[in-house]
Design a protein around this ligand. Structure first.
Ligand code: GRF
Length: 205
C-alpha cells in the first residue's frame, strides 16, 4: 500500500511538482495526503489544488505560540495518517517539539553540498565562492538548521564560464530527481540512523 506523505512549501513549489509528477509516472510509490503552507499566495498551493491534493494553509500569526501553531498542523497530519514529512522550500524553522514528534520522519532538501553553504542563499553563495563542484543534499531534519543526517547527495560540476542562472537551473533539475529518490528510500524503511550516519538495511520509518 502507498504510504502517506505531507509536503510543506512556502513558495513556487517546483519540488512539490516534481514529486507529484514522479508519483503520477509511477517512479515514486507514495501518496501526497496533504500540502501545508504558511503563505496564502504560495504557488505550491495552486499546484496541489490542480493535482487534486488536499491543502492546508495556516497563518502562523493566528496562534499565540509557535507550539500552538505546530500542534494545529500535527493534529491534521495525524488525521491524514501522514508517515513522512517532506520540506520543500518551507521557510519556517520547525521547533524541537515538532521534530521530536516526527523523529527521523522529516526530510529537507538543500541546494548545496552540506555542510558547505547552509542558509537561504546557498546556490548564490557557492557560486560567488567560486566552487568547482556543488550540488544537492537531502537530509533528515534535526534541531539545527541544514544539519541532520544525510540521506542522499548529488553533485553538479560548475563550469568556469557558467552564469548563475544556468547553474540554478541545473541544481533545481537535480533536486527534482534526487528528492523523490530520497523519499523512496525513507519510505522503504530501510534506513537506520546511527549518530550522523545512515546505514541501509534497517528501519527508519
Ligand atoms: C529549493 O531550492 C530547495 O532546495 C530549497 O528551497 C527551494 C524550493 O524551491 N530548500 P521550490 O519552491 O521547490 O521551487
Amino acid at each position: 500500500m502507498k504510504k502517506n506523505i505531507a509536503v510543506f512549501a512556502s513558495g513556487n513549489g517546483t519540488n512539490l511538482q516534481a514529486i507529484i509528477d514522479n508519483i503520477a509516472a509511477g517512479r515514486l510509490k507514495a501518496r501526497i495526503a496533504l500540502v501545508v503552507s504558511d503563505q496564502k499566495g504560495a504557488f505550491a498551493l495552486k499546484r496541489a489544488e490542480s493535482a487534486g491534493i488536499n491543502t492546508l494553509y495556516v497563518d502562523p500569526k493566528g496562534f499565540v505560540t509557535k507550539q500552538d501553531h505546530e500542534r494545529f498542523i500535527i493534529e491534521r497530519l495525524k488525521r491524514e495518517k501522514v508517515e513522512l514529512i517532506v520540506l520543500a522550500g518551507y521557510m519556517r524553522i520547525l521547533s524541537p517539539f515538532f521534530i521530536k514528534k516526527y523523529k527521523n520522519r522529516i526530510l529537507n532538501i538543500h541546494p548545496a553540498l552540506l555542510p558547505a553553504f547552509k542558509g537561504a542563499h546557498a546556490i548564490r553563495d557557492a557560486y560567488n565562492y567560486g566552487v568547482k563542484v556543488t550540488g544537492v543534499t537531502v537530509h533528515f531534519v534535526d534541531n539545527k538548521v541544514d544539519h541532520g543526517p544525510i540521506i542522499l547527495q548529488g553533485t553538479v560540476v560548475v563550469s568556469a564560464i557558467e552564469s548563475i542562472t544556468k547553474l540554478e537551473k541545473r541544481i533545481h533539475k537535480l533536486e527534482h530527481k534526487l528528492y523523490s529518490q530520497a523519499i523512496a528510500k525513507a519510505l522503504l524503511g530501510r534506513l537506520s540512523v546511527r549518530g550522523r550516519r545512515i546505514i541501509p538495511g534497517l528501519r527508519a520509518v
